[in-house]
Design a binder for this molecule. Structure first.
Ligand SMILES: [Zn+2]
Ligand SMILES: [Zn+2]
Length: 52
């Protein structure tokens, strides 16, 4: 039950505990989202199947 949503706004991925990328105290599903940061606009481009 430790899954957490990716901190990237626009991303709807869930990040499994022990996976993902933590940056600046936030947890992201991927390097893509970590580089984009917690803010940002438009669609997420992380490429995960569950994510638009
Ligand atoms: Zn995403
Ligand atoms: Zn993400």
């Amino acid at each position: 039950m430790a899954d957490q949503n990716c901190a990237h706004s626009g991303c709807e991925c869930e990040v499994e505990q022990g996976k993902g990328v933590s940056k600046d105290g936030e947890l992201f599903c991927s390097d893509h989202c970590a580089n984009a940061g917690a803010s940002g606009s438009g669609n997420c481009g992380c490429g995960h199947a569950d994510c638009r």
